[in-house]
Design a protein around this ligand. Sequence first.
Ligand code: PMP
Length: 389
Amino acid sequence: GKKVKKAAAVAPSSGKPPVCADSIINLDHGDPTMFEAFWRGPMGERATVVIPGWQTMSYFSDVGNLCWFLEPGLEREVRRLHRLVGNAAAEGYHVLVGTGSMQLFQAALYALAPPGGAAAPISIVSPAPFYSSYPAVTDFLKSGLYRWAGDANAFEGDEYIELVCSPSNPDGGIREAVLKSKSGKAIHDLAYYWPQYTPITHMLAHDIMLFTVSKCTGHAGTRIGWALVKDREVAQKMNKYLELNTIGVSKDSQLRAAKILETVADGYERQPAGATGDASLLFHYAQRQMMQRWRALRAAVTASGIFSLPDEVAGFCTFAKDTVTANPAFAWLRCDKEGVDDLEGFLREHKIITRSGTRFGADPKVVRVSMVDTDEAFSIFVDRLAAMK
Ligand code: PMP
């Protein structure tokens, strides 16, 4: 008889175009495609999810939970991962899910700002160099609740919300809140507080902590982030924002993110057969890759002679149980060569796209360069950099 052919899966896009030796290399965004190689290995198959046509149709996931659209499987895997890595306290915290941590950041601004009717919008600050999306997103809708007020180091006053990004995007530094007023509030953006980027030195326990699978596992396209929130009322207000903004968060994405996180933790706790060396250990694999990239970049900077980078720092990582170097997701690259006043423009002439320091509240002699792009793009970048005199 005739074979009945199954409908072909909808083919996913191939993402970014491939690069070759004379391509424009775009390292402007921190698109974490370098981790694809890990997921193409033995763990990739284990992280597969299949969602039949009748599943995930309801808006609701868990009507008894404060965050009623949070998939219980995702909450379980988020808590398990924090227990495994030891980077943040999740016990006693509410877990909220967002469409990327970018949505949760906005939910947190809404929740912490004094309710409408306040005399003036509350000031949103972050120490320079600050993540360029903070001013852009804060002021995009010209909210009457909050307004970007720039560098936290230059801020005077007691009423503010400070954005603390640690390790810092753009410069990789470990940060704590710089403002200490009792009535001030802080949002901790911990997108990069994972072992591949920095030694895990403390189990953090701040009031609002934001994380994302984008930087943890590399699944930026899944658009899933989570918040750990101590205070119930703040969690409720954040949830209100998520409800009004997008009526919850894609369950399909949550299930996929849950599976990815489960696979990561299983890699450590169940030692799957057929995966040798680092192939089942995401953080160890990624840490090694990042370390090799930083070595290659530092060698290129030395070969060129016109650039400089932040000093290398190391610390004891309670997760790796070893002293390891920090390998930030971005290089904060400076050029003090005479005549190069606009480093972004100078690199663009060499077909390398980066983001100017001016976008981060810093000067134009420095740029942010993504360290997490594909192997091909990264290797062309370091070769070009080494040749610049
Ligand atoms: N915070 C920081 C510091 C980031 O670098 C990014 C992504 N570039 C985000 C938040 C947003 O991540 P998500 O993909 O989860 O929205």
